[in-house]
Each structure stands twice: as C-alpha cells, then as structure tokens.
Design a protein around this ligand. Structure first.
Ligand SMILES: *[C@@H]1O[C@H](CO)[C@@H](O)[C@H](O)[C@H]1NC(C)=O
Ligand SMILES: *[C@@H]1O[C@H](CO)[C@@H](O)[C@H](O)[C@H]1NC(C)=O
Ligand SMILES: *[C@@H]1O[C@H](CO)[C@@H](O)[C@H](O)[C@H]1NC(C)=O
Length: 226
C-alpha cells in the first residue's frame, strides 16, 4: 500500500474511531511516518561476522518464520514487554506486565489496511480484547473472550451487556465439578435471581454480585430480588 493511501486510511480510522467514541487511549497509532522493516533482516543486521550480537543491544527482535516481527517483544535488560506490528512499528510501549498483543495488533492492522470489516476492536487496559464490541455496520454487539473468541450465543443487536456472557462461557468451557455458572438474560445482563444447583439461590445486581442471603432453590420465589 502506498504511503498516501496508508496515511489516508489511518486518518480515516482515527476519525471513525473518534466519531464512534470507541477509541482506546492505550493502544497508540505510531505518531511518526510508518516505517516498515523486515524482522529477519533487522536481526541479522545486529549480528557480527561470527553471528554474535553485542551485549549492549537493548532489543533483540523476535521474528516469526515468515520474517515478520512476533507480536510480543521484550527489552533485553529490563525484561519489559511491548507490542509491535508485523513490520516493526511499536504499538504498545514497554510494560511491566503484558500478557497479550493480539488486540493491539488487530486494531493496528485494521487502521493500516483500512479494512474495518464493520468495526475496530477495542482493547482493555491490560491489552486483551475488551469484552463488549459494537459493530456499527450491523448494529450488533459482540461479546468477546479476552483472547478474542466471539461468544456466538451472546452476539447480536439484542445484546446490551457482556460481563455475564464472558463468565458464563468461561464456566462452560472449563467445567469444574460443582462450578457455578451464572445465568444471563438473552440480552447479556445477569438474571436477578442466580442459582447454584444444590447450593441455593440469591439476588444479584447488574454486575452479577450477590446482594442477598442465599435461600434453598425450593424457596427462590421468596427472594426479594428486583
Ligand atoms: C555497543 O558497544 C560498541 C562498542 O563499545 C559500540 O560501538 C556500539 O555503538 C554500542 N551499541 C549500542 C547499541 O549502544
Ligand atoms: C524478510 O527477509 C528474509 C530474508 O531476506 C526473507 O526470506 C523473507 O521472505 C522476508 N520476509 C518478509 C515478510 O518480507
Ligand atoms: C442501526 O441503527 C441505527 C439507529 O437506530 C439505524 O438508523 C440504522 O438503520 C441501523 N442499521 C442497521 C444495519 O440495522
């Protein structure tokens, strides 16, 4: 893609992002002109004739097999991790704790290509995927797991909240014996009465927190939930 169309795409993306107020302050769009580097060549340029890398290099890039940059990189001395695009642009500055770079990279690639496929992913402050994503093209809300998997059962125009679906999905996909699975309304909100089979029922608030005493399931209709 040419520099002009790339810049246009980014400007457009920023404008759209602003207009929808789905912007995410933590994932930066590289400020200067975008550079594009080949990771394998970058790595090789740091090696001397015997293939060694000087001890004072602050960053030894980690490359994927195709010669692009791995999404998560690490500063050599401090061990701080940071996120880069496939072509080496820094997307998230070095962090003390950083578990994933998928979301920042996904965001950047949408900005870079201008192909939003309806929406731009929002990332959480820990750089994983934000739980609630909105697609203005279809008016659908999608609930996502931290790793980016769409919770299909709770995605669509009727969805207004995603906290319950994410907890529900977590419980469903790693069923421990006697694990409590929250009960969600079809719109993704927590049901007012939550029950744990064999343990009883209680009232929950909109965050799913228990706000009443627990009664046996047979007496659940006596709970003052509202
Ligand atoms: C590392 O040290 C060498 C020799 O002392 C010096 O020439 C080089 O510029 C240094 N590189 C960095 C990245 O500081
Ligand atoms: C990066 O460079 C290497 C070696 O020159 C080459 O094999 C590889 O295909 C290049 N990768 C990309 C993504 O340009
Ligand atoms: C999305 O919602 C807006 C506002 O309610 C409406 O104008 C628009 O037609 C809807 N788009 C779709 C694809 O349903």
């Amino acid at each position: 893609m040419g520099a002009l169309s790339q810049n246009t795409a980014i400007l457009l993306a920023i404008t759209i992002c602003w207009a929808l107020t789905v912007c995410d302050a933590v994932v930066s769009i590289p400020a200067g002109p975008l550079k594009s580097r080949n990771c394998t060549e970058h790595l090789n340029s740091l090696k001397d004739s015997s293939g060694k890398i000087a001890g004072n290099e602050t960053w030894i890039p980690k490359c994927d097999a195709d010669g692009t940059y791995a999404d998560t990189q690490m500063k050599r001395k401090s061990g701080l991790k940071f996120c880069v695009s496939k072509d080496g642009n820094i997307l998230v500055a070095p962090q003390r704790s950083l578990s994933a770079c998928d979301c920042p990279r996904k965001r950047f690639e949408k900005f870079q290509t201008g192909n939003f496929d309806g929406y731009i992913h929002r990332c959480d402050t820990d750089f994983t995927y934000a739980v609630l994503q909105f697609n203005p093209l279809t008016n659908a809300t999608l609930c996502l797991m931290k790793e980016g998997d769409v919770i299909e059962a709770y995605s669509g125009p009727q969805i207004v909240a995603c906290k319950c679906p994410r907890t529900w999905y977590e419980a469903k996909t790693s069923p421990l014996p006697d694990r409590y699975t929250p009960q969600c309304h079809p719109d993704g909100t927590f049901k007012l009465i939550q029950c744990h089979r064999g343990r009883g029922c209680w009232c929950a608030n909109s965050e799913g927190e228990q706000i009443s005493k627990i009664l046996p399931e047979t007496q659940a209709d006596r709970l003052p939930c509202q």
